[in-house]
Design a protein around this ligand. Structure first.
Ligand code: GLU
Length: 563
């Protein structure tokens, strides 16, 4: 590709950088690319930096189209490389005791669809199962009827299918109540649990003062009898609780004899008729054990649960899985609370679970984020225990790598004004569907007399613009009324006049197009061919990527993905 001369290499790197990121490359980035690939130039770093500035100035003088043409001609391989999918297979830290394979699980509550926070647990566990081989269990944790949305069972499954997780089996906890009851009976026999009939408030006071409640030391026979009364409905809601015997002197009061089973009569469970429900710590341990889970990757917010769960493992004498707790992840800019989302949907504030102001996976899908981008962004965050904030920029960068090579290019003119151009030859413009893939062909835009232009690009001090793939346009102002005339085809002239290259549409061929962004709607017009892209992500040139969500009599509705 390059000989001994850093000049040529610098030019190629500057071109590639400018095409990849748009705008004018930074000297450091270009020098870094060259020295990274050619360490032999390191001893001449100063000279290379000076030459880089010249190369960058040359690239800056070229239009974006000319940069593409030049790089394609000089180094087609480097041009191709821009569109090669880079799988950033981030290597996760090794897990102990995983050499012979793992059994892992993703255990969401069916209280709503999955959101980005869930994606972290889902994707990290999935990646480890892929790394070591083994089973990946989807466990629907629905033993708290207050937190079950009947529609969420399906939504969670759809979201998992969208993410493309390698789930090998699915279990639903409400199908397994008999197993938990049986284990509870066993634990009572072992003296590891007792039925507590104390008033809740009274128990709390005793717990605070590290004092055993009167039920703690009752004989096994008594516990057996009370447990039976819980199951046969003799006890009503709030009258009895099964507690795990822990350490009444534990410094954290929340560890002291925590509850394992409770009675709930309402709300009714949508899937089973039940009176006694296990609490999370019991059902999680029971299932992690029964299903043979070897490794548990979950958030730091579960550390206290892990501590509680160890007591249950110890009572049974079961092997404890390997735990890893990753740090908290702040996610800004979207709504994540299931109750807030539901309320907003019911009140008509949000259009549904896939409203793009929500942080659900279905909202991301709707705006054109690919599941692989979510996976790559989450894997890049990793399982570190430091608290971080989720980077939307990273997600968008990952998505761009995926959609950029695929998305066809079109013109979308926001807030269009129709102008008639004097002195212009009738002409047909052929614009590439994708600048990196000539084989995809072109779109045809027939210019007659009038065009639609983005209002925002025509200001009082705009003297000239270049209509992309067409010609230069002179704008004169007579008083307050601008007039538009043909100003030749020369790209060089447009450049020396510092004319912006803008998108346009033939006025006789407009399709109404609404672009929905998290900040609001932008109304405009687009090319008729966009109507053939339903469900796909396109790039509206100079505007950004967008997913075509609906095409109907009213035109096109698209969701803004990212720049
Ligand atoms: N169902 C629990 C949750 O979604 C996860 C339980 C666990 O990871 O142990 O928070």
């Amino acid at each position: 590709m390059a000989g001994e001369d850093p000049k040529e290499l610098l030019l190629l790197c500057a071109l590639q950088n400018a095409i990849r990121h748009g705008g004018i490359p930074q000297t450091g980035a270009v020098v870094g690319m060259v020295l990274g690939a050619h360490p032999e130039f390191r001893s001449r770093a100063k000279e290379v930096a000076a030459l880089a500035k010249e190369a960058i100035a040359d690239v800056a003088a070229l239009s974006p189209e000319d940069r593409v043409v030049k790089l394609q001609a000089l180094a087609p391989g480097m041009y191709e490389a821009l569109f090669t999918k880079h799988e950033h297979k981030k290597v996760l830290p090794e897990l102990e005791c995983a050499e012979h394979g793992v059994v892992m699980r993703f255990a969401p509550n069916p209280s709503g669809p999955l959101h980005i926070g869930h994606a972290r647990a889902a994707v990290l566990n999935d990646a480890y199962v892929k790394q070591y081989g083994g089973r990946y269990i989807l466990r629907i944790e629905d033993t708290d009827p207050k937190r079950v949305d009947p529609e969420a069972y399906e939504m969670v499954k759809e979201d998992i299918a969208w993410l493309g997780l390698g789930i090998t089996e699915t279990v639903t906890q409400s199908d397994r109540l008999a197993l938990y009851y049986d284990l509870c009976g066993q634990l009572i026999e072992k003296g590891g649990a007792y039925v507590c009939t104390c008033d809740n408030e009274h128990f709390k006071e005793l717990k605070q003062s590290k004092t055993a409640c009167p039920c703690r030391d009752q004989p096994v026979e008594k516990n057996r009898e009370l447990w039976k009364k819980m199951l046969d409905h003799t006890f009503k809601e709030g009258e009895a609780t099964v507690r795990i015997k822990t350490d009444l002197h534990h410094p954290d009061p929340a560890m002291r004899d925590f509850p394992a089973f409770r009675i709930l009569d309402s709300p009714p469970h949508p899937k089973v008729k039940a009176h006694v429900y296990p609490l999370m710590n019991f059902s999680v341990v029971a299932d992690d054990h029964l299903l043979g889970v070897t490794h548990v990757i979950r958030g730091k917010d579960h550390i206290a649960n892990t501590r509680r769960q160890r007591y249950i493992y110890d009572h049974f004498g079961w092997k404890v899985p390997v735990y890893r707790h990753y740090g908290r992840m702040g996610i800004e800019g979207v709504v994540l609370s299931t109750s807030k989302m539901r309320l907003g949907i019911n009140e008509g504030i949000y259009t549904g679970w896939d409203d793009i102001r929500l942080g659900t996976l279905r909202a991301l899908a709707r705006r054109g984020i690919s599941p692989d981008a979510v996976k790559n962004a989450v894997l890049a965050i990793g399982i570190g225990d430091t608290d971080i904030s989720f980077s939307w920029d990273n997600l968008f960068a990952e998505n761009k790598k995926i959609v950029d090579p695929l998305a066809n290019r079109y013109f979308f003119v926001p807030d269009p004004i129709i102008v008639t151009i004097t002195g212009a030859p009738h002409r047909t413009a052929h614009a590439m569907l994708h600048p990196g893939d000539a084989a995809r062909g072109t779109r045809t835009l027939v210019f007659k007399e009038s065009v639609a232009l983005p209002n925002g690009d025509i200001t009082h001090d705009t003297a000239m613009v270049r209509l992309k793939d067409l010609f230069n346009l002179k704008i004169s102002c007579d008083g307050n009324t601008p007039s538009f005339s043909y100003a030749g085809d020369s790209l060089a002239e447009a450049r020396s006049a510092k004319a912006h290259i803008i998108q346009w549409l033939p006025a006789q061929d407009l399709v109404r197009c609404t672009l929905l962004t998290p900040e609001g709607e932008i109304t405009g017009a687009c090319e008729p061919l966009v109507t053939k892209e339903l469900g796909k992500v396109v790039q509206f040139e100079r505007v950004g990527f967008a997913r075509i969500d609906a095409v109907d009599m009213d035109g096109v509705r698209a969701y803004f993905t990212h720049k």
